[in-house]
Design a protein around this ligand. Structure first.
Ligand code: FE2
Length: 233
């Protein structure tokens, strides 16, 4: 077997087969890694009884904030999603201009805030979000944070998840930052595990989609175009 292993983003990445043809042998991009103004920290792992694509799709979704993360990332009476832009990229997609009103956007939040999100799918089972809350809501100059989602599939319907956090907060200890991420993700976990089918249907007619889901719809189309067959149906 031809395989290679590399360490990046605090994780060990193993490629089981050699790249085919001109396919690049690159770790999925996480550009905040190189930004010395951001502190990096891994959170997890979390074992989740669902497929990797369901996890990516949940990560891209803002419409659940007010229901699943009520009082933290959203509120029941503020669940409308403003329009945003989404475009295909060579590695997945880029969604920009995404906005959410959040009572407790980050561990540093001192007030509810409008938060601007950017989402990027950087590989079939990898995504990155960047969130920038209104400045006065966090009390740290130029505050922003990026979170990468990395998924190691255990099998087609079971996954191990890590988050790579890049934050402008250099004050709090690791345990406090991890505890916040644990709180948020452990709200997602039972919802993720209740979704059926556990695989992600790539036929867009299989589940109901709205305008707010256009990032999700493009993700499904991207997986189909790339010929991904693992974790999908
Ligand atoms: Fe969530």
């Amino acid at each position: 077997m031809t395989h290679s292993a590399r360490v990046a983003h605090g994780l060990v990445w193993v490629r089981l087969d050699a790249p085919a043809g001109d396919e690049e042998d690159a770790i999925p991009a996480f550009t905040p890694e190189e930004d010395t103004r951001l502190r990096k920290l891994n959170c997890g792992p979390y074992d989740v009884e669902t497929s990797a694509p369901r996890l990516v799709e949940n990560f891209l979704d803002m419409s659940h904030f007010g229901f699943v993360h009520e009082g933290w990332l959203g509120a029941r009476d503020m669940t409308a999603i403003d329009d945003y832009r989404v475009e295909a990229t060579p590695h997945g997609l880029l969604a920009t201009g995404c906005k959410a009103w959040q009572p407790q956007s980050t561990i540093n939040s001192t007030a509810p805030a409008q938060v601007e999100y950017t989402y990027e799918v950087t590989a079939p089972y990898t995504a990155v979000l960047t969130k920038i809350p209104e400045a006065e809501s966090v009390g740290i100059d130029d505050y922003r944070e990026s979170i990468a989602l990395y998924i190691c599939p255990i099998d087609a319907e079971r996954s191990r998840v890590w988050f790579r956090l890049a934050t402008a907060d250099f004050e709090r200890d690791d345990a406090a930052l991890r505890a916040f991420q644990d709180t948020i993700f452990l709200q997602d976990k039972p919802v993720l595990e209740s979704q059926r089918p556990k695989c992600l249907p790539l036929d867009l007619r299989a589940e109901l989609h709205t305008v707010a889901d256009k990032a999700s719809s493009l993700y499904r189309r991207h997986l189909r175009m790339r010929g991904i067959t693992f974790g999908v149906c």
